[in-house]
Ligand binder design. Structure first.
Ligand SMILES: [Zn+2]
Length: 409
């Protein structure tokens, strides 16, 4: 299962499992008696069918009304008996697979092994299958499945004809980036901005986060703790996402630079072609660096400010989810332009400006070398960058604990 020759490096903020592990580990009982049996989704669906059908109608209603599409929900007769009914009813990617796995601890991998970005989920090399009926700890369920929303379940939803969801409020209709509307949100823009680009106010992230928590409540009430922790982890994923500067700020490199480029050559098609990768290469660079640094420090046991940042004391967050989203994304959104500028100057990699180059798909991107060069050749810039990223991760840790506390109240 493990392929040490794989050259794919960790390219994503989806160190979600690490964020959950270090932010939440003190909140789980270490008592080995607290192991939980892996239960098939079918049993959970059979036992909680009525409540799930009610919740799914509510979730669909919220999605369509956020998108400004007239509701057809009341006429739909939804029965949730199988995983595919579940996927359809909650408007997940019809290609979603329900996998039973646990995440492989990075520190147990060998040093030559590359980091697994986990972006595509199982059977990536950082997952180990867990058989139905076997035991797993609540913390392991929580860490493993806080990555799950990035395994494809929110992709290709707008391009699914059965769902009739129209165009996404932002981001592409299909492909990996089509999950953007579910994993990003922009709660800090001026109202003029929303009037100019109304889609930016229609993020579906809050609906997905609430869906995860509501599903978890149903599962816990029904005695399905495995599914309770798995869904709770989904909710945590979306809230962790909103603390990433590129997920809560629409354009960290600054809109002015781009407008200048446009006015030099005001041909919309050329402009799109030349700048398609401008933003996503910067987004990819940040996530690749953060993921790499966190994985490295856990793997070789060295202290890292990025890991330490996950566990400070914070003021308690309000109960209201929209207020929580506003609060934890405030600092990341404010720091986004500075983080972008500092990163571009620090990790010098001019290819990110080339229209044809897409960093996330470059298997030869020398991430270890560019980080090493930055740290040794530009140490003070490097520490400013790490400090700013730590402030964002600190919010990720904070909101992970908030997500856990929902199940203690
Ligand atoms: Zn995500």
């Amino acid at each position: 299962m493990f392929d040490p020759s794989s050259k794919i490096v960790g390219m994503s903020w989806n160190t979600h499992s690490l964020i959950s592990r270090f932010a939440a580990s003190g909140n789980f009982s270490s008592n080995p008696g607290s192991l939980i049996k892996v239960v098939p989704m079918e049993s959970f669906l059979q036992n909680c069918q009525e409540e799930l059908e009610g919740l799914s109608r509510n979730v669909r209603g919220r999605i369509y009304s956020r998108l400004g599409i007239e509701q057809i929900i009341d006429k739909e007769n939804t029965v949730i008996k199988s995983p595919s009914d579940f996927i359809w009813s909650f408007r997940l990617n019809p290609g979603t697979e329900i996998n039973y796995v646990r995440v492989f601890e990075v520190e147990r991998s060998n040093f030559t092994m590359s980091h697994d970005s986990s972006r595509d989920g199982p059977p990536g090399h950082s997952y180990i299958p867990t058989s139905l009926g076997s035991d797993i700890s609540a913390l392991e369920i929580y860490c493993t499945f806080s990555d799950e929303p990035d395994w494809g379940m929110d992709q290709d939803i707008f391009s699914c004809p059965d769902y009739s969801m129209g165009r996404p409020p932002f981001g592409p209709r299909s492909g990996k980036s089509s999950q953007a509307a579910f994993h990003m949100g922009f709660p800090h823009e001026h109202r003029f901005f929303y009037r100019a680009i109304p889609g930016l106010a229609r993020s579906l992230l809050p609906i997905r986060a609430a869906m995860g928590f509501d599903l978890a409540k149903i599962a816990f009430r029904g005695g399905f703790d495995y599914w309770g922790w798995r869904f709770a982890a989904w909710g945590a994923h979306y809230l962790q996402d909103i603390t990433c500067p590129f997920h809560c700020c629409p354009f960290p490199p600054g809109i002015k630079n781009l407008l200048k480029k446009f006015f030099w050559n005001p041909n919309p098609f050329k402009f799109y072609h030349n700048n398609r990768n401008y933003l996503r290469n910067r987004h990819g660079l940040l996530e690749a660096v953060v993921s790499y640094l966190m994985n490295e420090s856990v793997k070789d046991g060295t202290n890292s400010p990025l890991i330490d940042a996950l566990n400070p004391n914070h003021k308690k967050l309000p109960e209201d989810l929209d207020l929580v989203i506003q609060e934890v994304s405030r600092i990341p959104c404010m720091l986004a332009p500075k983080i972008n500028d500092s990163m571009v100057n620090l990790f010098y990699w001019p290819l990110i400006d080339k229209p044809e180059y897409y960093l996330n798909e470059d298997p030869l991107f020398p991430i270890g070398k560019i980080i090493g060069d930055a740290a040794t050749q530009r140490p003070s810039m490097y520490s400013v960058f790490v400090d700013m990223v730590s402030q964002c991760l600190s919010q990720a840790g904070r909101v992970t604990r908030y997500s856990l506390e929902l199940f203690r109240r």
